[in-house]
Design a protein around this ligand. Sequence first.
Ligand SMILES: [Zn+2]
Length: 317
Amino acid sequence: MAFLTRSRQFIFAKVMGQLPYRQELLVGEEKLLDLPKILVRDQILHVFVMTTPGMIKRGSLSDFFEGLNRNGISYTTFTSIQPDPTTDNVLEAKEACRKRGTQAIVAIGGGSVLDCAKIAGACIANLNFNPNSPSFLSKPLPPFYAVPTTAGSGSEITAGAVITKHIDGKHIKTPINDLRLVPKTVILDPVLTTSLPSSLTISSGMDAVSHVIEAYTNKFASRKTRIASETAFPLLINNIELAVKEPQNMQARENLLVGSYQAGLAITTNFVGYIHAISHAIGGRYGLTHGVINSQVNAFSLETLWRCYHGATSQAG
Ligand SMILES: [Zn+2]
């Protein structure tokens, strides 16, 4: 069994390491405001905008909505997405999206919003796809535009999404992996992350650091994985503290978004490891924040390694 799993990992890593990523990427301040023109270019007349109530309440999307109106694009907003989205959230989104006859999905939010939107898109395009017992996707998602508002999950580039199922009072997190889940267009706009509280800046940033460590140290790491990891690591580690001290520092915020994106590329061309395995199990069981658990497991692992190393060297000495 272990041999089969390792063989599958080896082949998947080789294939993913060679695949070119055909994804449109826009980076910079106020880049979200370019999206209406992109939708016009793609001949989209109605979009389903999945986001958080906070983004709407703070008015962070007002200029974007105005841009849609100016360009003759109608839209429906959907905000019933809880942290660690559930299959119920997905099915509700699917129904709302279908009723409106929307042609495309715009997901503006953190990893939970992006993951929920990806799986809802999978259900819309694939009539037989059931998020309660996911299978491979036979059809691509509707045109999907991802705009992350946290820098950490990397969901804007990964070929995966995580859904939480509630069975007999238990929360069970299920990862879904399929190349068709990779968004078509990604916009990294640092303005949208400036309102992120310090705690979320740190936990999501540490999630991305975990992605780098797990992908880079995995023995199946390809050249593409190593390059993405080496690009991501300094962008993350040099900017998390800076963004906490100076929340309005656009360069720090942009560096975190790009670092998180590159960390997402690293895990998509390879795998996450035992830190995420432990984190998903604990997070699903106790409903704890993904990034917080990852950083704790990371810290514990590093401390254990440190103790083992020093124990070994002092014994040897
Ligand atoms: Zn993660």
